[in-house]
Design a protein around this ligand. Structure first.
Ligand code: ADP
Length: 221
């Protein structure tokens, strides 16, 4: 069965989510207070409506209660974003994802019933900063407040060594959860698996441990 989504706020972030979900064949209700934005989505979304999401009655009339997952992508107007989230949580929406504008906004959203809070500018900034440290750092993903995942290409310091020789867990406190070699993904690699040139290691750990691992094993002087 097709899952149904609603995207509230069709700025750059909401528009991109809406387009992607539609391209994946999902049913999407696109909502914005701005007529021009809504018109742009008339031929993209399943339904595109002009509405103020801070008006509970309007949301009810739109049948928002029957939607599986609602994404609140109202950017600058923090008050509208918070009010919309409260209404959605009150209505018992099963899954609510909200874009936060800053850390304070994020904290409030978590308290008032958002199931997932995303912070794309901050996260992108962090990812970019890590990729700037070394061309061997391919991706960086925050898993929680204290834990992250990093995807690194085996550099000079790692190539030709077994995982036991690299001793990443004991030395840096991080875990190599998988090694990608071309199209092959080796999940939970063994201690005697050898790291080869161009292998991609997927490593999970506490932020400070990941940082030590990056400094000592990934970034070549
Ligand atoms: P981005 O940073 O992703 O581009 P914006 O803040 O520019 O986000 O866009 C947010 C969108 O949310 C705008 O198109 C705006 O019209 C819409 N919006 C703001 N308040 C409401 C509201 N109360 N109801 C519905 N849409 C809203």
């Amino acid at each position: 069965m097709k899952r149904e989504f609603a995207v509230i706020g069709l700025g750059r972030f909401g528009a991109s989510i809406c387009k992607e979900l539609c391209a994946e064949g999902m049913k999407v209700l696109a909502i914005d207070i701005d007529e021009q934005k809504v018109n742009e989505f008339k031929n993209i979304a399943t339904y595109a409506v002009i509405a103020d999401s801070t008006d509970e009655q309007t949301l009810k009339e739109l049948g928002i209660k029957n939607i599986d997952h609602v994404i609140v992508a109202i950017g600058d107007n923090i008050q509208a974003s918070i009010l919309t989230t409260v209404i959605l949580a009150d209505l018992g929406i099963k899954r609510i994802t909200v874009k936060a504008q800053n850390d304070y906004h994020e904290k409030i959203l978590n308290k008032i019933g958002a199931h997932q809070v995303v912070h794309p500018e901050r996260d992108m900034g962090r990812r970019l900063a890590h990729s700037l440290l070394s061309s061997n750092i391919i991706d960086y993903l925050e898993l929680s407040e204290d834990y992250s995942m990093v995807e690194v290409m085996a550099g000079r310091k790692m190539r030709g060594k077994t995982l036991i020789e690299l001793d990443i867990r004991a030395t840096y406190g991080c875990n190599v959860v998988a090694i990608r070699r071309g199209n092959n993904l080796n999940v939970s690699p063994r201690a005697d698996d050898i790291v080869e040139e161009n292998d991609i290691l997927i490593v999970i750990g506490a932020d400070e441990d990941i940082s030590k691992f990056e400094k000592h094993l990934v970034i070549d002087e």
